[in-house]
Design a protein around this ligand. Sequence first.
Ligand SMILES: *Cc1c(COP(=O)(O)O)cnc(C)c1O
Length: 544
Amino acid sequence: MNYRDILENIRLAFPQPVSDPIHDSYFVHSIMRALDQVDTLKTHLPMLGTIVPADFEGARQTTLPATMSSVEDVTAALVGYLRGMTIFGHPRSQQNVIPPPTIPSVIGVLVASLYNPNITWDEFSRLVALAEVEVVGITSKMVGYDPGASSGVFTFGGTGTTLYGVKIGLEKACPGTAQNGTSEDAIVFVSDTGHYCATNIVGWLGIGTNNLVTIPTTPENEMDLTHLEQATRQALANGKKIAAIIATLGTTDAFGLDDLEHIAALRDTLVDEFQLDYRPHIHADAVIGWAWSVFNDYNFEENALGFRPRTIRALAGACRRIRHLSLADSIGIDFHKTGFAPYISSLVLVKNQADLDLVKRHPEQMPYLYHFGDYRPGMFTLETSRSGTGPLAALANLKLFGEQGLCVILGHIVEMTQLLREHLEGHAGTTVLNRDNFGTVTLFRAYPPGVDTFSIKQEEFEDAAYRESLIAHNTYNRDIYQYVHSEAMEGRGVVISITDCYRHTTYGEPIVALKSYILSPFVDEADVKTVVDKVLEAREKLRE
Ligand SMILES: *Cc1c(COP(=O)(O)O)cnc(C)c1O
């Protein structure tokens, strides 16, 4: 066979480079066919098809096929990999901080993928690079940065955003680490309910996990400021440098919000008192909480959108901390969490553009790039190639929702969360653990009949005499979860999740908690009531 015959098929498998409406219909039809096949996987269950056990051992034996397949065959094969996927947008899915992506954000990913812009340089991405800058402008204003002074880039996830923050802080505290390697005296602070990516980052940056200091948190899951003050003073008194203080605004499990106002004031005091020749960098890990900044301008008294009083209280409670985001020197934002965009869509913002110069390389080190053009973030980004999908997906949703739409979608999921808590608090057998955290995640525990749920939470949390009781109830809640989960898999109830350690007790024991994470705009009142009904039903079953 002449290769040219095969080449014909290969060419048909690409979008056509010059206008060809007939081939365009074939392209669209191929996508439609994929969507149709996905549709046949939809049932009443909150997942696609059924869960098929995955043979990872067998998968390692996979080989490259000898000959070409058709677009149709490959499409069918790909759709097959979606079997068993949770439908995160399903009203009966309250599993984790994973949003359902909107249609425009998916189209953002599609159009960027079609023409493959590389936003390392505007020469390779033209106006898609502009989209990145527009998102930086919009979000800078949302969080209260001066868009004339701020800057930012999309990177490889929330983890990447914190990596940027810490790396910039390290350069401020210990100038020249990029050339000389990392000094042993650099310390990073984060709360003990902050994200584990901090551990990763100090490891990868060479700061070392021994130089990561985790600060205990209050029962509200906020960094304990007395401890932070002690720890930072001690570090400075011992001649150490503060590479960064990571403030978490929206912890992953509980939506705890660190008090940035206080942390920034502490930092300023330390600079004066210890006559520091650098300002310790404050990075706000707001990958979850950033979206609440849309309520900074919402008039809670007027409440034009008509949220319930409990919702208003929750939104205002979150804004009380979120409105100080601009005090941070850099901020991490995940559109693939509370921005309803597909992975990966993460943005790190810096308050002062000049901070990015601290991680810039010399042009001689990159001889084949950046000779001209107006926008060359590749001079300082960790990545070389960067996809245009993240910025276009983010921009799609910012344009789609606008301020009002964002208020509505967030307000609704907060309202559903509050409703869930109302139901949970209305029963003697269940209690909410993160009552003072106002996000869309609810951590709760169920107790067997006869336990006084008014006092048990506190007792198990702070009294070591309750260790046995706490451990027994950890097991009890795992059993509750098993029941609720298997019911949900059968189409009876809601998929929630469980965390093995929502936090530790004061005497060091992990507290297991049931967890509802509401991120689907389709969740409604009946769905949250079902969660509680199922937990109560599990309680009855466990009694039998
Ligand atoms: C999810 C999360 C991260 C990590 O973000 P990725 O986008 O998954 O890399 C960091 N911090 C917090 C608080 C998170 O919730």
